[in-house]
Design a protein around this ligand. Structure first.
Ligand code: AMP
Ligand code: ZN
Length: 466
C-alpha cells in the first residue's frame, strides 16, 4: 500500500509521491523566537519529525527547510521593551528552541534559515509582485491586493470575493472574518529595526519570508508544506497568493496541518497563559521521551488534550516496552522457532506499516506493537517463545523505535539517568547468567565511562556515581 496523506488543499487523503519520485522537497513554518516554545508548538514540530521519519522509512530522501522567524511584531515589541538589540534577543530563544528540538529527539531539517538573512530575496519577490500588478503602496508600506488573485481563499476554502476592495491590515495575524489586503513591507516606525528597499525603508510583513525562502531553496513548487492548523489562514493563504502570484505555478502540492494541543479543552497559547514548556515538565521530573511518546501517540489531525496524568501514562507505556525489549535481549530461550509467533510478528509489522501509511495513524501503529508485546509476553511466560523468534521480535521493536525513538533512556548531564543505569545492570546480570561475559564486561566499561561504579555483593549489584 502506498503512503496516503491528507491534503488541506483538496480536503482529500491522497497518495503521496515526491514529484521527482526520490527526494521530498518540504517546507515547514518554524518558530517565532520571542520566548520558549510551549508544548503546543512542540506538538507541531514533533509532527514534522514523525512525517520526516516515515518518509525516510518509505525510502524517500529529504530536502526539508524550516524557517526561524526572527523579525516580527512581537519580537520587536519585546526586544524594544527590554532595550536589547533584536538579534541578541532572538539568538537566545533560537538556541533554546534548537536545544528543545534535540532533547525531544526531533531530527533537524536539512536547512534552518533565518528571516533576517533573506531580506534581499523578500525585496526581490515584492518587486516581482509589483511588476505583475499585485501590489500597491500606502503611507510608505506595500500591500498585496487580494482581489488581483482570484484563487485567494482556496486553501481555507472560503469565499472572499465579496470583501471590500482596498481595506487593509497591517497585523501579522487576524481572523478569516477580517480578511483584507495584507502588508508585504511595513514602513519604518520610530526606532524599529529597518532595511533599505527601493520602495522605502522598513521591514517585511510576516508572510513574505516563507514564500521567499521556500522558493529560494526548494524551487517554485514544493512537494509538502506543513504548519500548525492555525497557520492555514491567513499565513498559508497569503503564502500561496504571494508565491503563485509571482510564479504562476502551484506553490505546494500537499498542505499538511497539525491539529492543536489543548489544555482543559482550550488551545495552549502564550496569550491565554495556559502553557507548559519542555523545561518545566523536566524540572517536575518528567522525561523528554514521555512527552515525545505522548505527542506522537495521538494522530496529528486529532486534537490532543494535554494532562499530567497522560504524561505519566506515557512513561509507564515506555517502561513496559523497555522491559519487554530487555527480556527479549536477555531471556534464555529454548531452541527452535514457533511458527505462530513468526506469523504474529509479520502481522504486527504489516499492521504497523499500513497504519502509518494511512495518513500517519500513529495510534493504530502503536496498537499493533502493543498487541504483539502482550501476546508474546504471555507466550514467553509459557516457554513457547523460542530462540528462533527473537530476531523478528527485535526487528519489530527496532522499526517501531526508528519512528518513536523512546526506547533509549535520556542521558543526563552527569551521564546516564537512574532508569538507564538500572536497565544496564539488569542486562549485565542476565548476560552473566547466560555466560555471555563479553557483553557483561562491555556493560561494566560502559557504566564506568559514564562515571558509574558497580559492586557485586551477595545481595545483588550495588552502584554509585563517582
Ligand atoms: P509560533 O512560534 O507561534 O510561530 O508557532 C510555531 C508553530 O506552532 C506553528 O506551526 C503553530 O501553528 C504551532 N502551534 C501554536 N500553538 C499550537 C498549539 N496549541 N498546538 C499545536 N501547535 C501549535
Ligand atoms: Zn510560514
Amino acid at each position: 500500500m502506498a503512503l496516503r496523506l491528507y491534503n488541506t488543499l483538496s480536503l482529500l487523503t491522497e497518495e503521496f509521491q515526491p514529484a521527482d519520485g526520490k527526494t521530498v522537497r518540504m517546507y515547514s513554518c518554524g518558530p517565532t523566537v520571542y520566548n520558549f516554545a510551549h508544548i503546543g508548538n512542540l506538538r507541531t514540530f514533533t509532527f514534522n519529525d514523525t512525517l520526516r521519519r516515515w518518509l525516510q522509512y518509505r525510502g524517500f530522501a529529504l530536502h526539508h527547510v524550516m524557517n526561524i522567524t526572527d523579525v516580527e511584531d512581537k519580537i520587536i515589541r519585546k526586544s524594544m521593551e527590554l532595550g536589547v538589540p533584536m538579534g541578541e534577543y532572538t539568538q537566545k530563544y533560537e538556541k533554546f528552541f534548537l536545544e528543545d528540538m534535540a532533547t525531544l529527539r526531533l531530527q533537524q531539517p536539512e536547512q534552518i534559515v533565518r528571516a533576517t538573512e533573506h531580506i534581499p530575496e523578500m525585496v526581490e519577490l515584492i518587486e516581482t509582485l509589483t511588476s505583475k500588478g499585485f501590489t500597491y503602496e500606502s503611507d510608505g508600506s506595500v500591500y498585496y491586493r487580494i482581489s488581483q488573485f482570484p484563487e485567494y481563499g482556496k486553501l481555507s476554502h472560503s469565499d472572499f470575493s465579496g470583501i471590500q476592495a482596498g481595506a487593509r491590515v497591517d497585523n501579522d495575524e487576524y481572523e478569516k472574518e477580517s480578511a483584507r489586503d495584507f502588508v508585504l513591507w511595513k514602513s519604518r516606525k520610530g526606532e524599529e529595526p529597518a532595511w533599505e528597499a527601493p520602495f522605502g525603508c522598513g521591514r517585511p510583513g510576516w508572510h513574505i519570508e516563507c514564500s521567499a525562502m521556500a522558493m529560494k531553496y526548494l524551487g517554485a513548487t514544493l512537494d509538502i508544506h506543513t504548519g500548525g492548523v492555525d497557520l492555514a489562514f491567513p499565513h498559508h493563504e497569503n503564502e500561496i497568493a504571494q508565491s503563485e502570484g509571482a510564479t504562476g505555478k502551484p506553490f505546494a502540492r500537499f498542505w499538511i496541518h497539525c491539529e492543536h494541543l489543548n489544555v482543559d479543552m482550550q488551545k495552549m497559547s502564550k496569550s491565554v497563559g495556559n502553557i507548559y514548556t519542555l523545561r518545566e515538565l523536566m524540572e517536575m521530573g518528567h522525561t523528554p521521551e514521555a512527552l515525545r511518546f505522548l505527542l506522537m501517540s495521538v494522530p496529528y489531525r486529532k486534537k490532543l488534550n494535554f494532562t499530567l496524568e497522560s504524561l505519566k501514562g506515557a512513561q509507564t507505556s515506555i517502561e513496559r516496552l523497555r522491559n519487554y525489549e530487555l527480556r527479549l535481549k536477555t531471556d534464555h530461550l529454548a531452541p527452535g522457532t514457533n511458527e505462530q509467533i513468526t506469523e504474529l510478528a509479520a502481522k504486527a509489522l504489516a499492521k504497523f506499516e499500513e497504519s502509518m501509511d494511512d495518513d500517519l495513524n500513529t495510534a493504530e501503529a502503536l496498537a499493533a506493537v502493543y498487541e504483539f508485546v502482550r501476546e508474546t509476553n504471555s507466550l514467553m511466560d509459557q516457554g513457547a517463545f523460542l530462540e528462533g523468534n527473537r530476531a523478528a521480535a527485535l526487528d519489530l521493536l527496532a522499526r517501531f523505535d526508528s519512528l518513536f525513538d523512546v526506547l533509549q533512556a535520556t542521558r543526563t548531564e552527569d551521564g546516564l539517568d537512574d532508569a538507564a543505569i538500572e536497565a544496564l545492570i539488569a542486562e549485565r546480570t542476565a548476560a552473566k547468567k547466560a555466560k555471555n561475559f563479553g557483553r557483561s564486561d562491555e556493560i561494566r566499561s560502559q557504566l564506568l565511562e559514564a562515571g558509574v561504579t558497580i559492586e557485586d555483593t551477595k545481595d545483588g549489584v550495588r552502584w554509585k556515581r563517582k
